[in-house]
Ligand binder design. Structure first.
Ligand SMILES: O=P(O)(O)OC[C@H]1O[C@H](OP(=O)(O)OP(=O)(O)O)[C@H](O)[C@@H]1O
Ligand SMILES: O=c1[nH]c(=O)c2nc[nH]c2[nH]1
Ligand SMILES: [Mg+2]
Length: 168
């Protein structure tokens, strides 16, 4: 079970919103690679980082894209993160220099802490950030409070809701 604050608030993100925010992230990262140049590659932290990484790599015209799979949450319950699939060694080099590592969000920062230890010179970018993990991320777009759970469009579906003055 999680020992963190309960999530009192919900921040619901639509496909449209994540597309706009991931584009904003790409524009912020443009030309910020090694020596003020282009990034060598994009690595998505799966699974949540895949849609943002696709949008970022499309905007920045980066064709070399790989994944690192880190699992730590089962619904809202957190456990120790572990790498269950590593990216190609030749893409990462010895320390990740010039590689843009993209995730949907940083929460406690444990996922990024683990990946940072493996690739200390990579650049870490997320679309959303919570205060506890902010120090682990180099670039992000929007911050939400620690007691907010972010709901992504791939975890949601459109549903009927009763009118406020519903018939009983
Ligand atoms: O900063 P942290 O507290 O480590 O949490 C952030 C991580 O948690 C979520 O991934 P999750 O482990 O749920 O896997 P998923 O991306 O496959 O949904 C999210 O996509 C981040 O990768
Ligand atoms: O969908 C998610 N929303 C969150 O706020 C969160 N924090 C960690 N992992 C998360 N996954
Ligand atoms: Mg994830």
């Amino acid at each position: 079970m999680s020992d963190r604050l309960p999530h009192e608030k919900g921040f619901h993100v639509s496909w449209d919103q994540i597309h706009r925010d991931a584009r904003a992230l790409a524009w912020r990262l443009d030309g910020k690679g090694p020596d003020g140049g282009a990034w060598r590659s994009v690595v998505a932290i799966t699974r949540g980082g895949m849609a943002p990484a696709m949008i970022v790599s499309r905007e920045l015209d980066i064709r070399v894209v790989d994944t690192i799979s880190v699992k730590s949450y089962n619904h809202q319950d957190q456990s120790q993160p572990r790498v269950i699939k590593a990216p190609q060694a030749e893409i990462m080099g010895t320390d990740g220099e010039g590689v843009l590592v993209v995730d949907d969000l940083v929460d406690t920062g444990k996922t990024l802490e683990l990946v940072r230890k493996l690739y200390p010179k990579a650049h870490f970018a997320t679309v959303y950030a919570k205060p506890a993990g902010r120090a682990m991320v180099d670039t992000y777009i929007t911050e939400v409070s620690q007691d907010t759970w972010i709901f992504f469009p791939w975890d949601m579906a459109l549903q009927y809701v009763q009118p406020y003055r519903g018939a009983d």
